[in-house]
Design a protein around this ligand. Sequence first.
Ligand code: ADE
Length: 426
Amino acid sequence: MNYHIKDIKLARDGLNRIEWAFREMPVLCMIKERFDKEKPLKGIKIGCCLHVTTETANLMLVLKSGGAEVSLCASNPLSTQDDVAAALVKYFKIPVFAIKGENTSVYYSHINSVLNIQPNITMDDGADLVSTLHSSQKYKDIIKNVIGGTEETTTGVIRLKSMAEHNVLKYPIIAVNDAKTKHMFDNKYGTGQSTIDGILRATNILLAGKKFVVCGYGQCGKGVAMRAKGMGAEVIVCEVDPVKALEAVMDGYRVMNLDEAAKIGDVFVTVTGNINVIDVRHFLKMKDSAIVANSGHFNVEINIEKLKQIAVRTRRIKPFVEEFTLKNNKRIYILAEGRLVNLASAEGHPSMVMDMSFSNQALCVEYLVKSYESGKLREKLENKVYPVPKEIDNKVAELKLKSMGVKIDKLTKQQIKYLSSWEMGT
Ligand code: ADE
């Protein structure tokens, strides 16, 4: 292939950034060293649908070191880092089907291209790859080659569990999202920092003194609220779950329903995984100049279609900032078209947390392959969604601590015995 000089520069930038990210991914680095020697994934084809970032690039390289043939497409039309895609193709000969800003039909044609490699394992972030594979008869032969899959995110796990409950899932999936070393760190610290990063890169507003409304107080919402508070914003939490709402109160936030918060908020962020969380009635109550962003997986949390209908004027202010003027002359600013703001206008979660998420991914793929090769896969796993094996979760935590030079205590024999006894302690 002939490369244009601009493509060469793009790919070179991508390569530099991939290497930069790897410095902050010590656990993945240790796994890579072992995979280089042991080649546990030899002969395995992995179809991946993930955000195309520097961290994902490093995961692809680790899987390749393990002997796998990998193929990658985007898991969101706006999250691709084009320089990373170029570098993976040019320097590592890894097929990548992704362009930042691709439209929906291109997005799905890219998923199709990944499925065409006839993967033995699917690695998904949001379950678009798996649901596409299950959606049409034209994939009936391809699906037979798949031994199992992994899923990266909360939204994907929910969709896949629904597929399993409806008996349509055709192979087992490991819910990487549900590993402690994933959601307790990636969802909280990753989403927390990268969401603020995305909002600031898009708008450059001062957060100190702003009323910052967080819709949803799961792990992601907790992280966003914590970091907004850390930057001096007055944080308001909106929740539907009474226990989570109570937790937010006790964590020191104001909690109210969104109809009330809509009237006073300066910045709104949705992290719920649900549809039309911010709807017309909320837009109509907002102050002039309210900024609205989403950090949940799909672009459904803000009802932008309805906002377009009630707007008398719209204009693009700058990349990732769109202005909607309403009849009452108030302006509402939507960031990143309501798509994941942290990946669209920033670079996604920092490498340091993706290190743990993607180490879980690599080790779960190895687990699926080893189980398959030993003939035990079908004994162990049905066509359902499974948690990450505890040993893998603990291993990732151990290796992360090791890489940080942190030593922890061990239980004594007496303590182990004490914990397993039921008699009254002396
Ligand atoms: N999801 C959130 N942040 C990410 C990143 N940096 N890379 C891949 N997937 C992500």
